[in-house]
Ligand binder design. Structure first.
Ligand SMILES: [Zn+2]
Length: 149
């Protein structure tokens, strides 16, 4: 699978999958995409980045990819950090974005929906990928946007 760099593939909201199994199949495709070439640098990837339309993304943590299905942010820190972020869909075009220092998400596992909290860099990756699935990329999500929310 190629990672798209076409904004028209990215700027729409993805829809939830109907069951866990469908999510895992998509997760495997995303993980495979990150196995080769320059994609090996990816720490996360969202389904619309490979021209999909489902609410599924992967995050690399401690060198292992996990799949997150139908994830939604249910709580977030008031504290934020501003930092420079890159994106596989915008090669060599990083941007300064504002992120919560921790977030709690609800997502679907085999046994149903659970909540999990992530901190620091990992929390930033989740916010980046969840943004993608809502049609938002690092060039939409600037400091100015945040202040206008
Ligand atoms: Zn990205």
């Amino acid at each position: 699978m190629r990672i798209t760099t076409n904004i028209n593939d990215l700027n729409f909201k993805c829809s939830d999958v109907e069951d866990y199994k469908q999510g895992i199949i998509i997760g495997k495709k995303l993980i495979m995409t990150c196995m080769f070439g320059k994609n090996k640098n990816a720490v996360g990837l969202a389904h619309n980045q490979i021209k999909g339309n489902k609410n599924v993304y992967i995050v690399k943590s401690k060198n292992v990819f996990r799949t997150f299905i139908n994830a939604k942010i249910v709580d977030a820190s008031e504290d934020v950090i501003k930092h420079e972020e890159g994106c596989m869909s915008f090669p060599n075009k990083s941007n300064k974005v504002t992120r919560h220092t921790w977030i709690t998400i609800s997502h679907l596992i085999k046994d149903g929906y659970i909540q999990e909290t992530f901190n620091g860099f990992e929390a930033c990756i989740h916010q980046h990928e969840i943004d993608h699935l809502n049609g938002i990329d690092i060039h939409h999500k600037t400091e100015e946007d945040y202040n206008n929310e």
